[in-house]
Design a protein around this ligand. Structure first.
Ligand code: C5P
Length: 367
């Protein structure tokens, strides 16, 4: 509540009706102790300002941050909705409309005021939208939470298999796809754990990240987390072979020719998908040839629910690129996603996974 709002209604009224604490102050020690303004901004999934006065619109559009509400607006990275309420003349004033346009251009969403008789006796546009229609708009956003309450475990990036203390075998995986999936699953309302090999990316805020280096470490981390998860997505490029011996000291350059003995690593994805209480399991197939055939083979051999196949070693898309194209296969169908940004692709893929996951659960529960 802003200082102006406090002159109309007491915080106690809102606290009693909502059953939640009411925040009013920006920088008092008590307020910061209870839940500081930055913690409050991080906690929010949606910021709804209702009623939004002409003064609030003006402050937000100019980046002022002199109270809790305007500071929160600057600090959040969630969707922001404004439901303006003001006298009709103030609504029509060009500067108010200009401020509003500026906010809309920056991504703020408008819940438009309605026309009718106003508190001051004027008739015209400026009455705040009905609370029920404001709630309906906000609930539409909640409908994008297709994985609300679900636990999703994702592997990402390459693994490094040490030859000696300074050398390792690895691959070109950047981790971008796995990290984008973690971000999209989080946005879809899931609780996300990301088991990541060495990459130069920051884990999305809100994701539980477990950092590993070798395939064996990735396997151990996944097995520790998997009993708690509903969906497992294996986006990591796990090494298929690891040196039989990792030398304790740096290998010296002597012989003209040398041989490395490699041992097969455990297939994490296949192990997870074959557990007796396996989560919904999604694999990736990065192929340089026979994409469909190899992907379908993986789907059946590893007993996966879905496999997302993409070409690698070509000009566009694949390992190090920001873009990717995928064809996703499951037992009864397939869907192709054209070349697009990995972040957009991840959101579409998460929605497809959620649909298939729900269908499988519906089928299981109604069988
Ligand atoms: O059989 P292939 O390695 O091509 O399969 C790729 C898929 O299997 C990916 O989803 C990858 O994360 C997973 N995988 C795994 N553990 C391995 C090898 C691959 O989880 N040791």
């Amino acid at each position: 509540m802003t200082q102006s709002a406090l002159q109309f209604v007491t915080p106690l009224t809102f606290q009693t009706l909502s059953g939640h604490p009411v925040h009013t102050e920006l920088l008092t020690p008590e307020a910061e102790y209870a839940m500081g303004h930055i913690a409050l901004a991080r906690w929010a999934e949606i910021l709804l300002i209702a009623p939004a006065t002409a003064n609030v619109l003006a402050k937000l559009s100019h980046g002022l941050a002199d109270d809790l509400l305007s500071t929160l607006y600057l600090a959040v990275d969630c969707p922001v909705y404004v439901a303006p309420a003001m006298n009709q003349a103030m609504w029509h004033k060009p500067i108010t409309q200009q401020n509003l346009q500026q906010l809309l251009q920056q991504g703020v969403k408008l819940i438009a005021p309605e026309s009718g008789e106003q508190a001051c006796g004027d008739v015209g546009i400026g009455r705040m939208a009905e609370p029920a229609s404001i709630c309906a708009r906000v609930m539409q956003v909640a409908a994008t939470q297709v994985l609300h309450g679900k636990k999703v475990l994702i592997t990402a990036g390459p693994t490094r298999e040490p030859l000696d203390p300074v050398r390792y075998i690895s691959n070109r995986s950047s981790g971008k796809m796995g990290y984008a999936l973690a971000s999209s699953a989080l946005a879809a309302g899931a609780e996300v754990t990301l088991v990541s090999g060495p990459v130069s990316l920051m884990a999305p805020r809100g994701v539980k990240a477990v950092y590993v280096e070798t395939a064996a470490q990735m396997s151990a981390a996944v097995m520790a987390e998997v009993p708690h998860c509903d969906i497992f997505i294996g986006a990591a490029a796990v090494a298929d072979y690891t040196p039989e011996i990792s030398q304790p000291a740096k290998i010296k350059k002597q012989a003209e020719q040398t041989t490395l003995n490699l041992l097969k690593t455990q297939d994490i994805l296949a192990t997870v998908a074959n557990l007796s209480n396996a989560p919904f399991s999604v694999g990736f197939a990065a192929e340089t040839d026979h994409l469909e055939q190899n992907a379908l083979d993986k789907l059946h051999r590893k007993q996966l629910d879905m496999v997302a196949a993409n070409w690698v070693g070509r000009e566009q898309g694949g390992f190090e690129s920001d873009q990717n194209a995928l064809t996703v296969f499951w037992n009864t169908g397939q869907q192709t996603f054209a070349l697009m940004d990995k972040t957009i692709l991840a959101t579409q893929l998460i929605h497809l996974i959620a649909t298939r996951f729900n269908e499988k659960h519906y089928a299981k529960n109604t069988a």
